[in-house]
Design a protein around this ligand. Sequence first.
Ligand code: SF4
Length: 376
Amino acid sequence: MAGLYIHIPFCRRKCVYCAFYSTTAFDDAKVEAYRHALAEEARWFSEHYLDGRKAALETLYIGGGTPSLLPVDFYVRLIADLETFFNFSDCREVSFEANPEHLDYGYLRDLRQYTPVRRLSIGVQSFRDDDLKRLNRCHTGKEAVQAVENAWRIGFENLSADLIYGLWEEGGSVRWKENLACLEALGLPHFSAYALSLEPRTRLWKQVEQGKARMASDEELELEYRELQCFAKEHGYLLYEISNLAKPGFEAIHNSNYWRNIPYVGLGASAHSYWGKERFWNTACLDDYLKDATGAKGREVLSEEDVYHEYVMTALRTIGGVKKSKLSGFSESLQQEFRLRVVHEMEAGNLVEKEDAYVVAEDRRLLTDLIAGTFF
Ligand code: SF4
């Protein structure tokens, strides 16, 4: 079983922090051409990697960009096209990223009625208008609340929201707590909480460079992450990955499979795939993708060491940690390397041993990427 990711590279305008590939320059003709290109790429994948057979899918994730910017009919037709190349019959999770301003009653009703989408990941980011303005989001806090309420009313049960913390240099923790309280009041069973990060070539990067904006201090980030940990405990969310929280039974299957090295196919401009021992990725340019959607722009064959590094990096981010049983599948020299390092990290209080695994100590989880980095 595999995962399928479809990238929808269209946005109404660019959020200041965003480094994902998307474009605001598109029209109906390009959207229609994009649907054909996605089907063409799916055909190429099936012929090239599976001798024309269909890959059995466990999950489908439609992300972006802003998938909810396109009409439901686009997805009805796209999924019908893709059924020629993928087997959806045992799909356990179909997720759809959406922005609050698009989630009116009619859109959600049609999405649920005419497509297999059952899980919504709503790009809330904050329920506060001053935060949203700073981020250049297209919606208000009120619209975010309305979107979640509409989704409940239509019958979506598997709902998630993205939130951003560390929005202000200092003093942001009161606002952050308000956002968490809002989320709890809406009864969302899953959410992702990301620290605002500074990515090259974004507007935020420029603002910071010109002294027009400042990032949250390390102390502020730590404070807000600790509040997230407390909130999770108080309200029954499991912080099952450094940035993902779920009520029992609502952990995201598609993303969890990324962390478990399950193969996936990514279709669309800038999409990445992981198949066999290969990683390959598409052009991050809509026009180039429309000219030729077949064949990847880049590829690499992963060595055993690459697979080991990726496993340690992703497993440490999760609550399950690095499994001893999984480590035993790597060569003796890599296992030896791990053993040497793990002793040091345990002595420093960064890692703890839990049954069959090594996990990041609870009070060091914000430092996970730094700790994982010491293994390379
Ligand atoms: S809507 Fe999403 S993909 Fe589009 S610019 Fe904003 S954060 Fe990026």
